[in-house]
Ligand binder design. Sequence first.
Ligand SMILES: [Zn+2]
Length: 284
Amino acid sequence: MRMAFTVDVEDWFCSPDLTLSEWEGHEIRLEKPVHQILDLLDENAATGTFFALGWIAERRPDLIKEIHRRGHEIASHGYSHRLVYQQSPQEFKQDIRMSKDILENIIGSKVNGYRAPCFSMTDWGLDLLIEEGFTYDSSLIPNTFNKLYAKFDLPASDALPFRIRDGLWEVPLPVYRVSGVHVPWGGGGYFRIYPYRLFSLGARSIIRKRNSFVFYIHPYDLDPHQPRIFNTSKLNSIRRYSGLDAAYDKLKALLADYSCMSISRYCPQIGGKAQNERKNRNYS
Ligand SMILES: [Zn+2]
């Protein structure tokens, strides 16, 4: 079974709850987990799309170059990880332009894809993505629970990539539907919290029904020793820090069980000029 594999390249402190000046001085820890992910992808002859923060790319350009050199797609996660609907349109435009410029200068190729911090996309944000030259967005989860996420009325085929605007594709994140409730099932904290067998059963069911699945993970999901500054409530603590110890083994199992590939390979219909990515072993 095939799935798109994506990584949101941000570090353990890159939260919209902290300002950029508060980020300064925190230890950058993501290089080790990013290399773990790259090695697992290599071992499985798989590829991925890495949605990188401009702020991280400025500080670790060699890491972005390496991800690109090792055959993966580089896309944008914005510059500052501020929620889209907490920015003015002008601020958002500047944020996505900066990140795109930084990433394109580092890799020397066009960046086509964007993912909003905490999936916080807005209607006007989609229009600005087109103006700034993006060809696809991967920010929407038609879920029932998480209030941070954008609220969008998606079409019935909402797990499949679809044209959300003239000139812009949407590649939504998956949900598991049960009794009218949409449970997020794409990865991140949900991947850490759900037992692997349950996650995989859900993923298979979604792929069978919808023929589409976009997985995502953060480097900090694989970092059990990260400083724990966000356990301000029991819920926060569970969301951020549950299952860190087992996440690497679960990711290893996922990459062995599924044929994983970048969004540009998984959804070739979204177009855009490819970044000379490596071919997947099982890709045809
Ligand atoms: Zn993020």
